[in-house]
Design a protein around this ligand. Structure first.
Ligand code: TYD
Length: 201
């Protein structure tokens, strides 16, 4: 009996949306169920990707240069980890993926969306998630949660990014929008409810 199907699941959302927490929760949940699963973050997830992440976070640069670095990290992750894991029959959870680039570099920083779509396709070999979990929170809620963190984007920027995410997911069929303003465990229950329709978990 097939008790699960192999999937690529991406978590997306603005900074402070709680997507990292939820991605980790799902990872631990699936591990506990005995389902072979990997979790990677973007930027990062590979040795090179983690070095690129460090550069992206610490260096000042223009948005085009930054776009290349995000895509380089993604390309390495897809080639070194994601394709291999999926071939081995593992489910892969990604903490951020291509929609983040559309939302942040496109809607947030004004880079042409068509260019980003092309770069995304190139970096991923056209691989798309089976499911994208978009965790949506009002910017005010996100900013309150981010208070103690060092990296801090402006409210206006995060508003543009959030509107971007909402615009992108509007007509995508593989996306579920989860209300991330609720309590952590309630949000996770919602995610599991969605997944149980697809996974037999
Ligand atoms: P993330 O790891 O989610 O943030 P945190 O350090 O708070 O856990 O992502 C790092 C930052 O990179 C975040 O501000 C979003 C940004 N980002 C982009 O601008 N474009 C992208 O394509 C990706 C993947 C991330």
């Amino acid at each position: 009996m097939i008790s699960y199907i192999i999937m690529l699941i991406a978590f997306e959302g603005i900074d402070g949306s709680g997507k990292t927490t939820q991605a980790k929760k799902l990872y631990r949940y699936l591990v506990a169920k005995g389902i072979p699963v990997s979790l990677y973050r973007e930027p990062g997830g590979t040795k090179l990707g983690e070095k690129l992440r460090e550069i992206i976070i610490t260096e000042e640069m223009d948005e085009r240069t930054e776009l290349f670095l995000f895509e380089a990290s993604r390309s390495r992750l897809i080639t070194e980890k994601v394709i291999k894991d999926l071939k081995k029959g593992k489910t892969v959870i990604l903490d951020r993926f291509t929609l983040s680039t559309l939302a942040y570099q496109g809607y947030g920083k004004g880079i042409d969306l068509e260019v980003i779509n092309e770069f995304n396709r190139f970096a991923t070999w056209g691989i798309e998630p089976n499911l994208i979990v978009f965790i949506d929170v009002p910017v005010e809620v996100a900013i309150k949660r981010l208070k103690n963190r060092t990296r801090f984007e402006s409210k206006e920027f995060l508003e543009r990014v959030r509107r971007g995410f909402l615009e992108i997911v509007k007509d995508k069929r593989n996306v579920v929008i989860i209300d991330g303003a609720k309590e952590e465990n309630t949000v996770f229950e919602e995610i599991l409810k969605t997944l149980s329709g697809i996974f037999s978990i």
